[in-house]
Design a binder for this molecule. Structure first.
Ligand code: ADE
Length: 353
């Protein structure tokens, strides 16, 4: 079965088996209860929200489905969340799946044929869609139909089967890996940006309130500043710090409690964890700051290239700890300074404070 979740409903037994080893049932319940349901509840991405509100209102006035949407950007910035909000704002249902789950043509055809008018279909990791699935999607997106080939040789016929008028939402961490013809079929293409510390603080306070956990202003500020611009990380840290506060104190998250919990979790003042620091140390200690090819980094760290590119790199790049050059990744002067190394003399001039 290729559908992973159906709207905000709790996952049935069968589908819960699809949770990744890292994602427990508790996490799933936690995620769905803290997830914003409307634009009013959704914090951040203000430019995207404004654009979407106009598109939604126009589609509503024309009684048409919304144009197909493509969201791209690093993981954890809310591509799934904003999609569920859009469907909710349109008063429609959303079916959620991911490209690797659509291995066989019948998986995707089954989903498309079961959609109702104005439903949303969310396909995560859409850059991983196979060629056959992609070709099924073209007429589905353009003409709301599926082409079935019947017979073979000279008797081959293409049967065009109409399907409901739906909106496809594709999400990807790698917009550049999408084929041109698929990308061109999306009417709205938008990048999700990292969140500011102010926005993250707001999200942390909202989540804490839903979880009935007290948090001080400076406690929330500290957690925000360690969350790497990413709401998923902010909420994950909040959950861990909340456990710490319950066990070691009275359950309230103060700045002091958050500091101690983060120290125990090995999260430093920029929100970097051991894996991030290992990557920077590898560049600095073993390769004089680089450039180092991504394959070399991946092999030395025992990670796959995709994890480094999708999970570690975006924030390290954004925070200015590494740069990407045609010959590989380089550590910046800020990375040397943060980890307590003396930058090579040619990099010293980049130090600002
Ligand atoms: N939880 C996760 N992302 C959020 C967001 N953008 N706004 C509010 N709560 C969130």
């Amino acid at each position: 079965m290729a559908i992973i979740s159906d709207g905000e409903k709790f996952k049935p037994e069968k589908e819960r088996e699809n949770l990744s080893p890292q994602e427990t049932e508790y996490d799933y319940n936690f995620e769905s209860c803290i997830r914003p349901k409307s634009f009013n509840e959704y914090i951040g991405q203000s430019q995207l929200k404004e654009t979407l509100k106009i598109s939604i209102e126009a589609a509503r006035q024309r009684s048409e489905p919304l144009d197909h949407l493509l969201f791209y950007g690093p993981p954890g910035l809310g591509k799934t969340t904003i999609s569920a909000v859009i469907a909710n704002e349109m008063g429609s249902k959303i079916k959620t799946t991911s490209a690797p789950a659509l291995e066989k043509p019948r998986d995707l055809i089954g989903i498309l044929m079961n959609l109702k008018n104005h439903d949303f279909l969310f396909i995560d990791e859409i850059h991983r869609l196979n060629k056959v699935a992609e070709e099924i999607l073209y007429p589905a997106m353009e003409d709301f139909s599926i082409d079935r080939t019947i017979g073979s040789g000279e008797k081959t016929k293409i049967l065009r089967i109409p399907i409901s008028r739906f909106t496809l939402i594709g999400a990807t961490t790698k917009a550049g890996s999408l084929s041109g013809p698929l990308r061109d079929r999306f009417g709205i293409i938008h990048k999700l940006e990292f969140y500011t510390n102010q926005e993250l603080k707001h999200i942390i306070k909202r989540t804490a309130s839903i979880l009935d956990t007290g948090i001080t202003e400076d406690g929330a500020e500290l957690v925000a500043s360690r969350s790497r611009g990413t709401p998923r990380i902010a909420n994950r840290l909040l959950k861990r710090i909340r456990d710490y506060a319950i066990v070691k104190s009275d359950g309230k998250i103060t700045r002091e409690i958050a500091e101690k919990a983060l120290e125990l979790l090995n999260i430093d003042k920029y929100g970097l964890d051991i894996a991030d620091r290992d990557l920077l140390k590898l560049l600095i200690e073993k390769h004089e700051g680089g450039p180092v090819g991504i394959e070399t980094l991946a092999a030395a760290l025992g990670e796959d290239v995709k994890t480094i590119e999708d999970v570690y790199e975006p924030y390290l790049l954004q925070a200015g700890f590494i740069s990407r050059t045609p010959r590989g990744r380089k550590a910046s002067a800020a990375a040397y300074k943060h980890l307590g190394y003396k930058p090579p003399s040619f990099q010293q001039s980049f130090l600002t404070d």
